[in-house]
Design a protein around this ligand. Sequence first.
Ligand SMILES: [Ca+2]
Ligand SMILES: [Ca+2]
Ligand SMILES: [Ca+2]
Length: 229
Amino acid sequence: MGGVMTKGDSHKSSVPETKLEAKIIEAMKRRAAEGSNIKSFDSIILKFPKIDESLRKCKATFQDFDEDKNGAIDPKELKHCFHKLEISFSDEEINDLFGACDINEDMKINFNEFIVLLCLVYLLKEDPTAHHAKSQMGIPNLEATFEKLVDAFVFLDKNKDGYVCRSEMVDAINETTTGERSSGRIAMKRFEEMDWDKNGMVNFKEFLFAFTHWVGIEDIDDEQGKSNA
Ligand SMILES: [Ca+2]
Ligand SMILES: [Ca+2]
Ligand SMILES: [Ca+2]
């Protein structure tokens, strides 16, 4: 049963704010019904370096789609991007995704926002009721990485409601069999980082943004052009 353990206004967050968010929640619930291949919280942590490496390789893809080379993707470039990747989302869907992932609201999608956006596309395109269900993204390696991120979220979302709440995070850590207590403490700290509005719930988008923070994706720009020391 859905053990409600957050006090106060936890119900607020379980009502999706936008049509897109509702779709993401639905897609995540569907995916959650298939279960997760992940057995422990530690194994998620162990996957971090590989996921990080794969996402960094995606920088070249990002640069390809940044047609005017200004370091960010604007709405027009994003539409071209979807066309090239043969992702047949409607203009409305693309605009909604743009708005949802343009976290700093500068009307540009920078690299870490781009990764979150593509991962949401990966999740949404699995929707069997959508007309774009059969489309592939044309970047197979990245899809495997996105699958790992979705899988990690599904593992954490025990009651399969599309959100990870604090008690689910605690459960995941308690199931850790290696007795590595310090990783548990780090995990709780990371949960606090993910939970922007401090309502005790984390959705998939928040999870993805937190992930790009953890692995330092935002710093890539600084590394580019400089020595790789
Ligand atoms: Ca651009
Ligand atoms: Ca932005
Ligand atoms: Ca949940």
